[in-house]
Structure formats: C-alpha cells, structure tokens
Design a protein around this ligand. Structure first.
Ligand SMILES: Nc1ncnc2c1ncn2[C@@H]1O[C@H](COP(=O)(O)OP(=O)(O)OP(=O)(O)O)[C@@H](O)[C@H]1O
Ligand SMILES: [Mg+2]
Length: 327
C-alpha cells in the first residue's frame, strides 16, 4: 500500500471475538501503514473496529475471547507478531505510546500523577528516581499545568478531566515515542478544552517528531490534523487517501455520506438540516454476503453489491477504495 519505508505496516489484520452469541468480526482484513512523522486519521462510526485495530497492533486484545490473524504487523522493521511479551512491553510505552478517550483507564487512581509519569520515565529511560521526578514536573509544566511541583503530588481524581488528559499527554510523550496512538483523546472533554488539548498535541508532536494514529469520530479534527485518512466501516477499510484528496474527491458512498453529515457554517447551507446516513451498521456477528454497506448505500444496484464483497483497490495516487462502483 505504500512505496517508501513505513514506520508501521499492517497487512490483512483480522480480529475476532468468540462470544456466547457467536463470533464478532471486529476487524476484517484491514491493511494500513503510517510513515515516520505522519499523522494518520482513522474515522468511522461507533463500533466499526477503530479501537480494536489499535489494541490489536499493540497486542492488548485478550486472547481468548479474542483471536488475531495478520499477514504482517511490523513496526520499525520489527515483526510485532513474533516478539516475546517482554519485548512487546518494552515497545509499548517506549517506541509506541497510547492515549485513550478516558484518562482514568490509563492513570492508576492510587498513585500520584507525578509518580506515574516518573515511573514511566524511569522504566524506559533508566533515569534515577530524582531525575525522573524532576522530568515529570517539567513535563507537567510543558503540557500547561500550573504549579506543577504541587500538582505532581495530586492523585488523578483530584484533577479535572482536561488536566488528567494533559497529564496523560505528558506521560505519552515522555519517552518521545516514534508512534503515538491517540484513541478519541478529546471526545470526553468539553469543546474549549478539546481545542486546547488538540493544540497541545500538535505542539508535542512537533517537538518529538512522533508519528500519530489519530482515532476520532470528528472529520473536522481529521481535516486539521492529519495528512492521510483511513475510513473504516464494519471492521473494514473502505477508503484511504491523503486528506485533501479525500475531502475534495471522496469516492466511497459511505465517505460521501460522512462528509455530507458535517455541519457547515457557510451562509448558503444555513438552515439546511444536517444530513445523516440512513440505516444502521450491520451486526458484526453475521455480516451479510456482498458489500457490508449495501443496505445503506444510495448507489448500490448491481448484483455484484449483493453477491460479492468488493476488494480494496487503488484508484489514483495513494487513493484506495472498496466499492463496486469503481470496478
Ligand atoms: N472484548 C470484546 N468481546 C467481544 N466483542 C468485542 C470486544 N471488544 C470489542 N468488541 C466488539 O468489536 C467491535 C468493534 O469495537 P471497537 O471498540 O473497535 O469500535 P470503535 O470503532 O472503537 O467504536 P467507538 O467509536 O464507539 O469507540 C464492536 O462490535 C465491539 O462490540
Ligand atoms: Mg473506540
């Protein structure tokens, strides 16, 4: 899918969960790559497999009930599928960090925030306790927490949501990761705080040169922050393109639907109702034959849509789409 050497290369990743109700196909033969220093936006409706994709790459899916198959998951030329658990732990938090939607899931409630950041620094950089604490305070200052010497002694519940997310960002960037996976990092915050956190992430990214996999529902955030976009639907990649190309020339009917559902501020569309895509996402328990988007698609008509799943094909430089309309 790319010509240069990618930092992260995922080929044909499938992740399933075996549950009492049946097998959930959360991710289905998904391929993606991220180049060094690049921001890849990953978008799609709730339940389409964005988080499971991230967790699969990091090998954080519980097995069982999970089951992962992939042709390739390589990071900086290392095959993540065959690393020992210990080597994988070293990669997580050292070369790949992750920020989650709700920081309480990654911050430990019983330890001081400063200690948690210091611990990450000590573990991955071998700094002394004192050095690590000082670095931790400095990082809290960098992410815009006032009186960081005092705040470092706070427990997570003593901080506001925005402040916790800042602390998470400090922790995630503390090891200058080659790749940051940010899973809806601002969704739980109110809008003004969201903008500040995004700005902070941009700054931290500039300083560290980290590549970012930015998972979000918000296409506006993608437009402003990503160089390339991957659109997911029902566990599959349905379209992928450089960000300008995707916004100017979306190909997949689902992407077109998503773009039409963005509220616009321009005068001419004022008063127009927000478009939404009819229907609902199919259950990942039994994905019908043919194209998974067929039932909701305004353009589906051919027998091919009903009978066979379309393949992911390149339709222009770096522009990939999975739709029968394009052959
Ligand atoms: N441990 C699990 N056991 C069973 N099914 C799971 C498990 N984890 C995830 N799933 C299922 O996998 C599918 C994909 O979930 P995922 O969390 O990746 O969606 P998402 O795109 O991140 O959604 P959201 O935008 O709401 O965060 C969902 O149908 C979900 O119910
Ligand atoms: Mg998610």
């Amino acid at each position: 899918m790319n010509n240069g050497e990618a930092l992260l290369q995922v080929m044909d990743l499938s992740t399933r969960f075996h549950t009492a109700e049946g097998t959930v196909r959360a991710v289905d033969r998904l391929s993606l790559h991220i180049n060094r220093g690049e921001v890849l936006g990953v978008v799609g409706e709730s339940g389409c497999g964005k988080s499971v994709t991230a967790l699969s790459i990091l090998r954080l899916i519980p097995i069982p009930p999970g089951e992962i198959h992939a042709e390739e998951i390589s990071f900086a030329r290392r095959n993540l599928l065959t690393l020992s658990n210990q080597e994988m732990r070293r990669i997580r938090g050292n070369s790949i960090s992750m920020i989650f939607q709700e920081p309480m899931t990654s911050l430990n409630p019983v330890f001081k925030v400063g200690d948690q950041i210091a611990e990450a620094i000590r573990l991955h950089q071998g700094a002394s306790r004192r050095q690590a604490w000082e670095q931790s305070v400095e990082l809290l200052r960098i992410v815009g927490i006032s009186s960081p010497e005092i705040r470092a002694n706070a427990y997570p519940h003593q901080m506001s949501g925005g402040m916790r997310q800042r602390a998470m960002i400090a922790m995630a960037f503390s090891c200058k990761p080659d790749l940051l996976i940010a899973d809806e990092p601002t969704t739980a915050l109110d809008v003004t705080i969201q903008a500040q956190i995004l700005e902070l992430m941009r700054e931290m990214k500039e300083n560290t040169g980290s590549a970012v996999m930015f998972i979000t529902h918000n296409l506006g955030i993608v437009a402003e922050n990503a160089q390339r976009v991957l659109v997911m639907y029902a566990g599959q990649a349905v379209e992928s393109a450089p960000v300008k190309e995707l916004f100017n020339r979306p190909l997949h009917p689902y992407t077109i639907g998503l773009l039409n559902s963005i509220p616009r501020r321009e005068k001419k569309s004022r008063g127009k109702r927000l478009a939404s895509i009819r229907g609902i996402v199919p259950s990942l328990l039994d994905i019908p034959a043919g194209c998974p988007f067929r039932e909701r698609c305004s353009e589906s008509g051919s027998d091919a849509c009903k009978l066979e799943a379309p393949r992911f094909l390149e339709r222009g430089a770096g522009h990939w789409v999975r739709c029968w309309k394009y052959g």
